[in-house]
Design a protein around this ligand. Structure first.
Ligand SMILES: [Zn+2]
Length: 556
Protein backbone atom coordinates (compact mmCIF):
# COMPACT_ATOMS: atom_id res chain seq x y z
CA UNK A 1 0.00 0.00 0.00
CA UNK A 2 2.74 2.42 1.02
CA UNK A 3 4.69 1.71 -2.17
CA UNK A 4 1.68 2.48 -4.38
CA UNK A 5 1.05 5.77 -2.58
CA UNK A 6 4.69 6.77 -3.03
CA UNK A 7 4.71 6.18 -6.76
CA UNK A 8 1.42 8.00 -7.19
CA UNK A 9 2.66 11.11 -5.34
CA UNK A 10 5.95 11.12 -7.22
CA UNK A 11 4.18 10.96 -10.60
CA UNK A 12 1.70 13.63 -9.58
CA UNK A 13 4.42 16.00 -8.45
CA UNK A 14 6.45 15.33 -11.57
CA UNK A 15 3.54 16.31 -13.77
CA UNK A 16 2.98 19.46 -11.68
CA UNK A 17 6.54 20.66 -11.90
CA UNK A 18 7.25 19.67 -15.48
CA UNK A 19 6.81 22.47 -18.00
CA UNK A 20 6.53 25.11 -15.30
CA UNK A 21 5.42 28.44 -16.72
CA UNK A 22 7.68 31.38 -16.13
CA UNK A 23 6.61 33.57 -13.27
CA UNK A 24 6.97 37.32 -13.12
CA UNK A 25 9.79 37.82 -10.57
CA UNK A 26 8.41 38.82 -7.13
CA UNK A 27 11.10 41.53 -6.80
CA UNK A 28 12.26 44.19 -9.27
CA UNK A 29 15.93 43.74 -8.31
CA UNK A 30 18.24 41.00 -9.69
CA UNK A 31 17.21 37.60 -8.30
CA UNK A 32 19.98 36.32 -6.02
CA UNK A 33 19.36 33.62 -3.45
CA UNK A 34 20.40 33.35 0.17
CA UNK A 35 18.68 29.97 0.44
CA UNK A 36 17.37 27.34 -1.96
CA UNK A 37 14.64 24.71 -1.88
CA UNK A 38 15.20 21.62 0.24
CA UNK A 39 18.03 23.02 2.36
CA UNK A 40 18.44 20.97 5.50
CA UNK A 41 17.10 22.82 8.53
CA UNK A 42 16.10 21.87 12.05
CA UNK A 43 13.11 19.47 11.77
CA UNK A 44 12.21 20.62 8.24
CA UNK A 45 13.41 21.09 4.69
CA UNK A 46 13.57 24.70 3.54
CA UNK A 47 10.24 24.96 1.78
CA UNK A 48 11.08 27.61 -0.82
CA UNK A 49 13.63 30.08 -2.12
CA UNK A 50 15.06 32.94 -0.06
CA UNK A 51 15.54 35.95 -2.32
CA UNK A 52 18.13 38.50 -1.23
CA UNK A 53 16.85 42.04 -0.77
CA UNK A 54 20.19 43.92 -0.86
CA UNK A 55 20.44 43.80 2.94
CA UNK A 56 17.45 46.08 3.49
CA UNK A 57 13.72 45.87 4.17
CA UNK A 58 10.95 47.52 2.19
CA UNK A 59 11.56 46.23 -1.36
CA UNK A 60 8.29 46.08 -3.34
CA UNK A 61 6.92 42.53 -3.61
CA UNK A 62 4.80 41.61 -6.64
CA UNK A 63 2.32 38.80 -7.34
CA UNK A 64 4.17 36.36 -9.62
CA UNK A 65 0.97 35.53 -11.48
CA UNK A 66 -2.72 36.45 -11.45
CA UNK A 67 -5.02 34.99 -8.83
CA UNK A 68 -6.35 36.11 -5.48
CA UNK A 69 -5.05 36.63 -1.94
CA UNK A 70 -6.32 33.45 -0.26
CA UNK A 71 -4.62 33.61 3.12
CA UNK A 72 -2.77 36.07 5.34
CA UNK A 73 -0.90 35.10 8.50
CA UNK A 74 0.54 37.44 11.14
CA UNK A 75 2.59 36.42 14.16
CA UNK A 76 5.90 36.93 15.97
CA UNK A 77 7.44 33.70 14.63
CA UNK A 78 7.25 31.54 11.50
CA UNK A 79 6.72 33.68 8.39
CA UNK A 80 5.89 36.78 10.47
CA UNK A 81 3.73 38.66 7.98
CA UNK A 82 2.88 35.99 5.39
CA UNK A 83 0.84 36.37 2.20
CA UNK A 84 -0.62 33.50 0.14
CA UNK A 85 -1.88 33.90 -3.43
CA UNK A 86 -3.94 31.17 -5.12
CA UNK A 87 -3.66 31.04 -8.90
CA UNK A 88 -6.33 29.77 -11.35
CA UNK A 89 -4.64 26.35 -11.84
CA UNK A 90 -4.78 25.73 -8.07
CA UNK A 91 -1.10 26.52 -7.48
CA UNK A 92 -0.42 28.71 -4.47
CA UNK A 93 2.53 31.07 -4.04
CA UNK A 94 3.66 32.18 -0.58
CA UNK A 95 5.55 35.36 0.41
CA UNK A 96 7.08 35.34 3.91
CA UNK A 97 8.80 37.63 6.46
CA UNK A 98 7.13 40.71 4.93
CA UNK A 99 7.60 44.13 6.50
CA UNK A 100 4.08 45.16 5.61
CA UNK A 101 1.20 44.55 3.23
CA UNK A 102 -0.08 47.16 0.73
CA UNK A 103 -2.44 49.62 2.51
CA UNK A 104 -5.76 48.02 1.46
CA UNK A 105 -4.60 44.61 2.75
CA UNK A 106 -3.02 46.12 5.88
CA UNK A 107 -6.31 47.86 6.69
CA UNK A 108 -8.23 44.59 6.31
CA UNK A 109 -5.73 42.71 8.52
CA UNK A 110 -5.95 45.30 11.29
CA UNK A 111 -9.75 45.22 11.20
CA UNK A 112 -9.60 41.44 11.63
CA UNK A 113 -7.08 41.76 14.47
CA UNK A 114 -9.45 44.15 16.30
CA UNK A 115 -12.39 41.86 15.55
CA UNK A 116 -10.56 38.78 16.94
CA UNK A 117 -8.92 40.92 19.66
CA UNK A 118 -5.48 39.42 19.06
CA UNK A 119 -2.22 40.16 17.24
CA UNK A 120 -1.54 36.69 15.80
CA UNK A 121 -4.10 35.88 13.12
CA UNK A 122 -4.48 33.33 10.33
CA UNK A 123 -7.01 34.71 7.85
CA UNK A 124 -8.65 32.83 5.00
CA UNK A 125 -9.98 35.00 2.20
CA UNK A 126 -12.48 34.32 -0.56
CA UNK A 127 -11.64 34.85 -4.28
CA UNK A 128 -13.76 38.05 -4.51
CA UNK A 129 -12.05 39.89 -1.67
CA UNK A 130 -8.60 40.69 -3.08
CA UNK A 131 -8.10 39.49 -6.67
CA UNK A 132 -4.61 40.28 -8.01
CA UNK A 133 -3.15 40.52 -11.49
CA UNK A 134 0.27 39.29 -12.58
CA UNK A 135 2.92 41.75 -11.38
CA UNK A 136 0.61 43.63 -9.00
CA UNK A 137 2.26 45.18 -5.94
CA UNK A 138 1.04 43.26 -2.87
CA UNK A 139 3.56 43.88 -0.05
CA UNK A 140 7.01 45.10 1.01
CA UNK A 141 9.83 42.73 1.93
CA UNK A 142 11.05 42.57 5.52
CA UNK A 143 12.57 40.52 8.30
CA UNK A 144 9.50 39.55 10.37
CA UNK A 145 8.96 36.18 12.04
CA UNK A 146 11.72 33.59 12.30
CA UNK A 147 14.08 35.35 9.92
CA UNK A 148 17.76 36.01 10.49
CA UNK A 149 18.05 39.04 8.19
CA UNK A 150 16.10 40.94 5.53
CA UNK A 151 15.00 38.69 2.63
CA UNK A 152 11.91 37.46 0.82
CA UNK A 153 10.91 33.85 1.48
CA UNK A 154 9.02 32.51 -1.53
CA UNK A 155 7.19 29.18 -1.98
CA UNK A 156 5.17 27.35 -4.58
CA UNK A 157 2.65 24.78 -3.34
CA UNK A 158 0.13 22.55 -5.04
CA UNK A 159 -2.28 20.15 -3.36
CA UNK A 160 -0.19 19.98 -0.18
CA UNK A 161 3.05 19.41 -2.10
CA UNK A 162 5.90 21.88 -1.83
CA UNK A 163 7.56 22.48 -5.20
CA UNK A 164 11.04 23.79 -5.95
CA UNK A 165 10.30 27.29 -7.34
CA UNK A 166 13.58 27.32 -9.32
CA UNK A 167 12.02 26.08 -12.61
CA UNK A 168 9.68 29.09 -12.61
CA UNK A 169 12.65 31.50 -12.60
CA UNK A 170 15.16 29.62 -14.73
CA UNK A 171 15.61 32.65 -17.03
CA UNK A 172 16.34 35.01 -14.12
CA UNK A 173 18.75 32.93 -12.04
CA UNK A 174 22.32 32.18 -13.08
CA UNK A 175 24.13 29.10 -11.79
CA UNK A 176 27.26 27.66 -13.39
CA UNK A 177 28.89 26.49 -10.14
CA UNK A 178 28.86 22.85 -9.10
CA UNK A 179 28.26 21.32 -5.66
CA UNK A 180 31.22 20.53 -3.39
CA UNK A 181 31.48 17.55 -1.07
CA UNK A 182 32.58 18.34 2.48
CA UNK A 183 32.69 14.85 3.92
CA UNK A 184 31.58 11.25 3.50
CA UNK A 185 30.54 9.13 6.47
CA UNK A 186 30.98 5.35 6.28
CA UNK A 187 28.41 3.79 8.62
CA UNK A 188 28.59 0.11 9.60
CA UNK A 189 25.10 -1.25 10.31
CA UNK A 190 25.06 -2.10 14.06
CA UNK A 191 25.75 -5.81 14.59
CA UNK A 192 25.99 -6.41 10.84
CA UNK A 193 29.13 -4.67 9.68
CA UNK A 194 32.47 -3.10 10.58
CA UNK A 195 34.59 -0.36 9.00
CA UNK A 196 38.36 -0.39 9.52
CA UNK A 197 37.71 -3.20 12.00
CA UNK A 198 35.36 -1.15 14.17
CA UNK A 199 31.62 -0.65 14.72
CA UNK A 200 31.86 3.17 14.79
CA UNK A 201 31.18 5.53 11.89
CA UNK A 202 34.17 6.80 9.91
CA UNK A 203 34.28 10.34 8.47
CA UNK A 204 36.36 10.95 5.33
CA UNK A 205 37.23 14.39 3.98
CA UNK A 206 38.03 14.67 0.27
CA UNK A 207 40.98 16.66 -1.03
CA UNK A 208 40.91 18.60 -4.28
CA UNK A 209 43.37 17.43 -6.92
CA UNK A 210 45.07 19.73 -9.43
CA UNK A 211 42.36 19.32 -12.05
CA UNK A 212 39.73 20.41 -9.48
CA UNK A 213 38.38 16.90 -9.00
CA UNK A 214 37.60 15.90 -5.42
CA UNK A 215 39.21 12.63 -4.28
CA UNK A 216 39.37 10.56 -1.12
CA UNK A 217 42.78 9.47 0.10
CA UNK A 218 43.58 6.84 2.71
CA UNK A 219 42.44 3.24 2.85
CA UNK A 220 39.04 2.03 3.98
CA UNK A 221 38.44 -1.60 4.80
CA UNK A 222 35.05 -3.03 5.63
CA UNK A 223 33.17 -6.26 6.16
CA UNK A 224 29.44 -6.95 6.25
CA UNK A 225 26.70 -4.38 5.76
CA UNK A 226 27.54 -0.71 5.50
CA UNK A 227 25.75 2.48 4.51
CA UNK A 228 27.13 5.82 3.41
CA UNK A 229 26.18 9.39 4.24
CA UNK A 230 27.35 12.59 2.58
CA UNK A 231 27.69 16.24 3.52
CA UNK A 232 28.11 18.98 0.97
CA UNK A 233 27.03 22.36 -0.34
CA UNK A 234 25.94 23.87 -3.60
CA UNK A 235 26.99 27.33 -4.83
CA UNK A 236 25.65 29.87 -7.31
CA UNK A 237 27.01 32.72 -9.44
CA UNK A 238 27.21 36.17 -7.88
CA UNK A 239 26.84 35.17 -4.22
CA UNK A 240 28.98 33.87 -1.37
CA UNK A 241 26.07 31.87 0.08
CA UNK A 242 25.94 28.09 0.33
CA UNK A 243 22.94 26.04 -0.72
CA UNK A 244 21.44 22.59 -0.37
CA UNK A 245 22.12 19.90 -2.98
CA UNK A 246 19.20 18.94 -5.18
CA UNK A 247 20.27 15.59 -6.74
CA UNK A 248 22.28 12.74 -5.27
CA UNK A 249 23.04 9.43 -6.99
CA UNK A 250 25.09 6.62 -5.45
CA UNK A 251 26.29 3.84 -7.72
CA UNK A 252 27.90 0.69 -6.30
CA UNK A 253 29.65 -1.55 -8.83
CA UNK A 254 27.61 0.00 -11.72
CA UNK A 255 24.36 -0.56 -9.83
CA UNK A 256 22.40 2.56 -8.78
CA UNK A 257 21.61 1.90 -5.13
CA UNK A 258 20.38 5.34 -4.09
CA UNK A 259 18.89 8.24 -6.02
CA UNK A 260 17.25 11.38 -4.69
CA UNK A 261 15.84 14.44 -6.42
CA UNK A 262 14.73 17.01 -3.88
CA UNK A 263 12.39 18.82 -6.24
CA UNK A 264 9.21 18.41 -4.22
CA UNK A 265 7.88 16.87 -1.03
CA UNK A 266 4.55 16.73 0.81
CA UNK A 267 4.26 19.46 3.46
CA UNK A 268 2.97 16.83 5.90
CA UNK A 269 6.28 14.91 5.59
CA UNK A 270 8.58 17.85 6.47
CA UNK A 271 9.69 16.26 9.72
CA UNK A 272 10.92 13.13 7.93
CA UNK A 273 14.09 15.15 7.28
CA UNK A 274 15.18 13.65 10.61
CA UNK A 275 15.30 10.25 8.91
CA UNK A 276 16.74 11.60 5.64
CA UNK A 277 19.79 12.88 7.55
CA UNK A 278 21.98 11.11 10.13
CA UNK A 279 20.08 12.39 13.18
CA UNK A 280 22.56 11.04 15.74
CA UNK A 281 25.47 12.85 14.09
CA UNK A 282 23.35 16.00 13.75
CA UNK A 283 22.59 15.97 17.48
CA UNK A 284 26.17 15.23 18.47
CA UNK A 285 28.15 17.33 15.97
CA UNK A 286 25.53 19.72 14.51
CA UNK A 287 26.44 18.54 11.01
CA UNK A 288 23.85 17.57 8.40
CA UNK A 289 24.86 14.33 6.64
CA UNK A 290 22.38 13.00 4.09
CA UNK A 291 22.04 9.25 4.54
CA UNK A 292 22.12 7.40 1.25
CA UNK A 293 20.87 4.29 3.00
CA UNK A 294 17.33 4.42 4.27
CA UNK A 295 15.11 3.75 7.26
CA UNK A 296 12.08 1.47 6.71
CA UNK A 297 9.69 4.02 8.27
CA UNK A 298 10.71 6.92 6.01
CA UNK A 299 7.94 7.63 3.48
CA UNK A 300 9.52 10.62 1.71
CA UNK A 301 8.64 10.18 -1.96
CA UNK A 302 11.60 11.90 -3.65
CA UNK A 303 14.20 9.16 -3.28
CA UNK A 304 14.55 5.54 -4.30
CA UNK A 305 16.90 3.03 -2.71
CA UNK A 306 17.81 -0.48 -3.76
CA UNK A 307 18.32 -2.89 -0.86
CA UNK A 308 17.84 0.16 1.44
CA UNK A 309 20.92 1.72 -0.14
CA UNK A 310 23.19 -0.58 1.88
CA UNK A 311 26.25 -2.32 0.49
CA UNK A 312 27.16 -5.86 1.53
CA UNK A 313 30.91 -6.38 1.62
CA UNK A 314 31.35 -10.17 1.59
CA UNK A 315 34.30 -10.70 -0.73
CA UNK A 316 37.97 -9.86 -0.27
CA UNK A 317 38.15 -7.50 -3.24
CA UNK A 318 37.99 -3.75 -3.97
CA UNK A 319 34.50 -2.27 -4.12
CA UNK A 320 33.93 0.90 -6.12
CA UNK A 321 31.18 3.32 -5.11
CA UNK A 322 30.60 6.60 -6.85
CA UNK A 323 28.61 9.64 -5.77
CA UNK A 324 27.21 12.08 -8.33
CA UNK A 325 25.83 15.33 -6.97
CA UNK A 326 24.13 17.89 -9.17
CA UNK A 327 22.07 21.06 -8.93
CA UNK A 328 18.91 22.12 -10.80
CA UNK A 329 20.96 23.59 -13.64
CA UNK A 330 22.89 20.34 -14.14
CA UNK A 331 26.25 21.39 -12.67
CA UNK A 332 27.74 18.13 -11.46
CA UNK A 333 30.37 16.83 -9.03
CA UNK A 334 31.49 13.23 -8.61
CA UNK A 335 33.44 11.40 -5.93
CA UNK A 336 34.66 7.82 -5.90
CA UNK A 337 34.77 5.80 -2.67
CA UNK A 338 37.00 2.70 -2.82
CA UNK A 339 36.42 0.11 -0.12
CA UNK A 340 38.66 -2.89 0.46
CA UNK A 341 36.77 -6.04 1.49
CA UNK A 342 38.64 -7.53 4.45
CA UNK A 343 37.26 -10.46 6.40
CA UNK A 344 36.74 -9.39 10.04
CA UNK A 345 34.77 -10.37 13.12
CA UNK A 346 31.57 -8.39 13.42
CA UNK A 347 30.82 -7.65 17.09
CA UNK A 348 27.21 -8.19 18.16
CA UNK A 349 25.23 -5.05 18.98
CA UNK A 350 25.25 -4.19 22.69
CA UNK A 351 21.72 -5.08 23.82
CA UNK A 352 22.45 -5.73 27.52
CA UNK A 353 19.57 -4.40 29.64
CA UNK A 354 17.94 -2.74 26.62
CA UNK A 355 14.49 -3.17 25.10
CA UNK A 356 13.94 -3.73 21.40
CA UNK A 357 11.62 -1.07 19.91
CA UNK A 358 10.27 -2.15 16.52
CA UNK A 359 9.68 0.66 14.01
CA UNK A 360 6.37 -0.75 12.85
CA UNK A 361 4.80 -1.35 16.28
CA UNK A 362 3.50 0.67 19.16
CA UNK A 363 6.28 0.72 21.79
CA UNK A 364 5.68 1.13 25.51
CA UNK A 365 8.12 1.39 28.38
CA UNK A 366 7.55 1.68 32.12
CA UNK A 367 9.81 1.94 35.17
CA UNK A 368 9.38 3.34 38.68
CA UNK A 369 7.86 6.82 38.31
CA UNK A 370 7.89 6.94 34.49
CA UNK A 371 5.80 5.76 31.52
CA UNK A 372 6.62 6.20 27.84
CA UNK A 373 4.42 5.34 24.89
CA UNK A 374 5.53 5.75 21.27
CA UNK A 375 2.61 5.29 18.87
CA UNK A 376 2.75 3.04 15.84
CA UNK A 377 4.50 4.87 12.97
CA UNK A 378 6.28 6.95 15.61
CA UNK A 379 9.71 5.55 14.68
CA UNK A 380 11.62 5.54 11.39
CA UNK A 381 13.76 2.58 12.40
CA UNK A 382 14.01 -0.12 15.06
CA UNK A 383 16.52 0.28 17.89
CA UNK A 384 17.51 -0.99 21.33
CA UNK A 385 16.07 1.40 23.90
CA UNK A 386 18.10 2.07 27.06
CA UNK A 387 16.88 3.54 30.34
CA UNK A 388 18.52 4.88 33.48
CA UNK A 389 17.41 7.15 36.34
CA UNK A 390 18.92 9.42 38.96
CA UNK A 391 16.81 8.83 42.04
CA UNK A 392 16.59 11.50 44.74
CA UNK A 393 13.61 11.09 47.08
CA UNK A 394 13.83 14.72 48.21
CA UNK A 395 13.43 16.00 44.63
CA UNK A 396 10.14 16.82 42.93
CA UNK A 397 10.71 13.86 40.60
CA UNK A 398 13.53 11.55 39.59
CA UNK A 399 15.64 12.47 36.57
CA UNK A 400 14.80 9.94 33.85
CA UNK A 401 17.21 9.15 31.03
CA UNK A 402 14.95 7.80 28.29
CA UNK A 403 17.60 6.65 25.83
CA UNK A 404 19.30 9.67 24.18
CA UNK A 405 18.12 12.42 21.87
CA UNK A 406 19.93 10.73 18.98
CA UNK A 407 16.86 8.72 17.90
CA UNK A 408 14.33 10.79 15.90
CA UNK A 409 10.60 10.44 16.51
CA UNK A 410 8.19 10.58 13.57
CA UNK A 411 5.20 11.25 15.83
CA UNK A 412 5.02 12.66 19.35
CA UNK A 413 5.39 10.14 22.17
CA UNK A 414 3.41 10.30 25.41
CA UNK A 415 5.55 10.77 28.50
CA UNK A 416 4.25 10.56 32.09
CA UNK A 417 6.42 11.31 35.13
CA UNK A 418 5.43 10.78 38.75
CA UNK A 419 5.59 13.70 41.21
CA UNK A 420 7.26 12.61 44.43
CA UNK A 421 6.17 15.74 46.35
CA UNK A 422 2.84 17.14 45.21
CA UNK A 423 2.66 20.31 47.29
CA UNK A 424 1.52 23.08 44.91
CA UNK A 425 -2.12 24.07 45.10
CA UNK A 426 -2.11 25.32 41.49
CA UNK A 427 -1.36 22.14 39.51
CA UNK A 428 -0.85 24.14 36.29
CA UNK A 429 2.49 25.30 37.73
CA UNK A 430 4.00 21.82 37.28
CA UNK A 431 5.55 20.86 33.99
CA UNK A 432 7.96 18.37 32.44
CA UNK A 433 11.33 19.78 31.39
CA UNK A 434 14.00 18.21 29.23
CA UNK A 435 17.57 18.57 30.46
CA UNK A 436 20.39 19.10 28.02
CA UNK A 437 23.88 20.43 28.73
CA UNK A 438 22.64 21.96 31.98
CA UNK A 439 19.83 23.76 30.19
CA UNK A 440 16.15 23.18 31.09
CA UNK A 441 13.63 23.31 28.27
CA UNK A 442 10.00 23.61 29.35
CA UNK A 443 7.65 21.06 27.77
CA UNK A 444 4.75 21.63 30.18
CA UNK A 445 2.03 19.04 30.49
CA UNK A 446 -1.14 18.33 32.38
CA UNK A 447 -1.58 17.10 35.92
CA UNK A 448 -3.27 13.74 36.55
CA UNK A 449 -3.42 12.23 40.07
CA UNK A 450 0.19 12.92 41.05
CA UNK A 451 1.55 12.44 37.52
CA UNK A 452 2.40 14.95 34.78
CA UNK A 453 1.65 13.92 31.20
CA UNK A 454 3.08 15.57 28.11
CA UNK A 455 3.96 14.91 24.47
CA UNK A 456 7.62 14.78 23.52
CA UNK A 457 9.18 15.05 20.04
CA UNK A 458 12.58 13.83 21.17
CA UNK A 459 13.90 11.20 23.58
CA UNK A 460 16.49 12.20 26.20
CA UNK A 461 16.59 13.28 29.84
CA UNK A 462 13.46 14.50 31.60
CA UNK A 463 12.18 15.53 35.02
CA UNK A 464 9.52 17.79 36.54
CA UNK A 465 9.97 21.49 37.36
CA UNK A 466 7.66 24.26 38.56
CA UNK A 467 7.06 27.76 37.28
CA UNK A 468 5.49 29.99 39.94
CA UNK A 469 7.10 33.21 38.70
CA UNK A 470 4.97 35.53 36.55
CA UNK A 471 6.39 36.99 33.31
CA UNK A 472 8.50 40.15 33.36
CA UNK A 473 7.21 43.36 31.80
CA UNK A 474 10.04 45.81 31.04
CA UNK A 475 9.08 49.23 29.60
CA UNK A 476 11.62 50.35 26.99
CA UNK A 477 12.51 54.08 27.01
CA UNK A 478 9.25 55.09 28.65
CA UNK A 479 10.25 58.79 28.59
CA UNK A 480 9.98 58.91 24.77
CA UNK A 481 6.61 57.10 24.47
CA UNK A 482 4.46 60.25 24.45
CA UNK A 483 6.73 62.08 21.99
CA UNK A 484 6.95 59.10 19.62
CA UNK A 485 3.25 58.26 20.14
CA UNK A 486 4.45 54.69 20.56
CA UNK A 487 4.66 52.33 23.54
CA UNK A 488 7.39 49.66 23.54
CA UNK A 489 7.68 46.91 26.16
CA UNK A 490 9.99 43.90 26.47
CA UNK A 491 8.32 40.70 27.66
CA UNK A 492 10.12 37.67 29.04
CA UNK A 493 9.51 34.67 31.27
CA UNK A 494 11.80 32.57 33.43
CA UNK A 495 10.73 29.08 32.32
CA UNK A 496 7.36 28.28 30.75
CA UNK A 497 7.44 31.21 28.30
CA UNK A 498 5.11 34.10 27.47
CA UNK A 499 1.85 32.50 26.36
CA UNK A 500 -0.53 35.45 26.00
CA UNK A 501 -0.61 39.23 26.24
CA UNK A 502 -3.55 41.60 26.13
CA UNK A 503 -3.53 45.38 26.08
CA UNK A 504 -6.65 47.41 26.89
CA UNK A 505 -7.12 51.16 26.66
CA UNK A 506 -10.04 52.44 28.77
CA UNK A 507 -11.28 48.84 28.95
CA UNK A 508 -11.22 48.29 25.15
CA UNK A 509 -8.84 45.93 23.28
CA UNK A 510 -5.75 47.72 21.95
CA UNK A 511 -3.55 46.12 19.30
CA UNK A 512 -0.01 45.43 20.53
CA UNK A 513 2.25 43.88 17.90
CA UNK A 514 4.96 41.43 18.93
CA UNK A 515 8.29 40.85 17.21
CA UNK A 516 10.58 37.81 17.41
CA UNK A 517 12.49 39.32 20.36
CA UNK A 518 9.24 39.44 22.34
CA UNK A 519 9.12 43.24 22.21
CA UNK A 520 5.51 44.40 21.98
CA UNK A 521 4.54 47.80 20.65
CA UNK A 522 1.41 49.93 20.43
CA UNK A 523 1.14 52.95 18.14
CA UNK A 524 -1.28 55.67 19.34
CA UNK A 525 -4.16 55.22 16.96
CA UNK A 526 -6.10 58.47 16.55
CA UNK A 527 -8.75 56.72 14.45
CA UNK A 528 -9.64 54.59 17.47
CA UNK A 529 -8.80 57.03 20.32
CA UNK A 530 -10.59 60.22 21.28
CA UNK A 531 -8.59 63.35 22.11
CA UNK A 532 -7.71 63.52 25.82
CA UNK A 533 -6.59 61.31 28.67
CA UNK A 534 -6.43 57.51 28.41
CA UNK A 535 -5.59 54.58 30.65
CA UNK A 536 -3.65 51.57 29.38
CA UNK A 537 -3.66 48.20 31.12
CA UNK A 538 -1.48 45.32 29.93
CA UNK A 539 -1.78 41.73 31.16
CA UNK A 540 0.83 39.08 30.33
CA UNK A 541 0.36 35.37 31.06
CA UNK A 542 2.99 32.62 31.02
CA UNK A 543 2.58 28.97 30.06
CA UNK A 544 1.53 28.08 33.60
CA UNK A 545 -1.12 30.79 33.92
CA UNK A 546 0.99 33.13 36.08
CA UNK A 547 -0.06 36.72 35.30
CA UNK A 548 1.74 40.10 35.43
CA UNK A 549 0.16 43.45 34.73
CA UNK A 550 1.28 46.97 33.91
CA UNK A 551 -0.60 50.29 33.80
CA UNK A 552 0.14 53.59 32.08
CA UNK A 553 -1.70 56.88 31.68
CA UNK A 554 -1.27 58.99 28.58
CA UNK A 555 -2.86 61.80 26.60
CA UNK A 556 -3.78 61.55 22.94
ZN1 LIG B 1 13.11 30.93 3.68
Amino acid sequence: MIKIKKIYIALLALSLNAGAQNYQPPLDIPLLLSGNFGELRSNHFHAGLDFKTQGVEGKPVYAVDSGYVSRITVGPWGYGNGLYITHPDGTMTVYGHLKEFVPELAKYVEEQQYKQERFSVDLELSPEQFPVSRGQLVAFSGNTGSSGGPHLHFEVRKDGIMLDPMPFFREEIKDTRKPRIKSVLVCPIPGKGVVNGRSGKLALTPVTSQNGQQVLTGKITAWGEIGLAIRGNDYMDGTENVYGIRNIVLVAEKDTIFQSDLGEYPLADSRSINSFVDYGVLKKNRAFYIKTYTDPGNDLPFFHAKNSGCVTIDEEKTYHLRYTLSDYFGNTTTLSVWIEGKRSDIPAEDTEGKEYFHWNSENKFGAKGVRLSIPRSGLYNSFYFSYDAERDTSALASVHHLHTNEIPLALPARLSIHLQHDTLENKRQYGIVSLQNGYRRWLGGSYRLGWIDTDIWELGTFTIATDTVPPRIIPLNQSVWAGNRMIRIQLSDNLSGVAEFRGEIDGQFALFKMNKSQVISYRFDSSRLTKGKHHLKLEVTDGCGNISSFEYDFTN
